[in-house]
Ligand binder design. Structure first.
Ligand code: AP5
Length: 185
């Protein structure tokens, strides 16, 4: 099974991906984690994207599509998992179209998209309590605006092409996990 976990910044994508990946034997692929690892290692890619992450802007489609191409290939060769769980990707129409080409080239498809719905006020409260370097109030507002403008409209692109499951993400972590598991089994 190949899944996308979708939702605004701070909606719990990473938290839920970590909880459901073993249940469905999936490899969790987070573009945010991959980009933060590149920044931490100060690789060429990391130095290139550091300021973009700090500002809450989007890294270019070309860069993230390359990361995803590598990840999908790696997961396809990994016999310990039964598919991938993409977190934080796709985030633009271009990324959605690019993903379609990548998966078609290896004879795969997206089986479902799980959308975590959380009100903006709850997200602002959550991220203020966490304190990652891109969780400053100004950057959080920008990340939310970028989500609304560039990312949320992708769901229209997938409407009628892929099963889209909307989940209330504004409830205790365990309850969100149970809701996702119910939808997928
Ligand atoms: P990314 O790492 O993907 O960040 P994000 O989408 O902003 O999401 P977060 O990681 O903040 O939140 P989440 O939804 O995973 O929630 P989490 O489980 O962590 O991207 C970071 C940056 O990288 C982007 O801004 C961009 O610059 C770049 N980037 C990444 N992907 C890209 C792409 N495809 N294209 C271009 N650029 C890209 O939870 C958040 C907090 O809430 C935690 O403290 C958690 O404990 C808490 N929490 C979780 N669930 C609950 C709950 N149910 N109740 C209460 N608290 C909860």
């Amino acid at each position: 099974m190949n899944l996308v976990i979708f939702g605004p910044p701070g909606s719990g994508k990473g938290t839920q991906a970590e909880r459901i990946k073993s249940r469905f034997e999936l490899a969790h692929v987070s573009t945010g984690d991959l980009l933060r690892a590149a920044v931490a290692s100060q690789s060429d890619l990391g130095r290139k994207v550091e300021g973009i992450l700090a500002a809450g802007e989007l890294v270019s489609d070309g860069i993230v599509l390359e990361l995803i191409r590598e990840a999908v290939t790696r997961v396809g060769n990994d016999e310990s998992v039964r598919g991938w769980l993409l977190d934080g990707f796709p985030r633009t129409r271009g990324q959605a179209e690019g993903l379609g080409e990548i998966v078609a080239a290896v004879g795969q498809k997206i089986d479902a998209i799980v959308v975590l719905e959380v009100p903006r006020e709850a997200i602002v409260e959550r991220l203020a309590a966490r304190g990652r370097t891109d969780d400053t109030p100004e950057t959080v507002m920008n990340r939310l605006d970028v989500y609304e403008e560039a990312t949320a409209p992708i769901l229209d692109y997938y409407e009628g092409k892929v099963s889209i499951h909307r989940v209330n993400g504004d409830q205790p972590i365990e309850a969100v996990t149970e809701a996702i598991e119910r939808l997928l089994t």
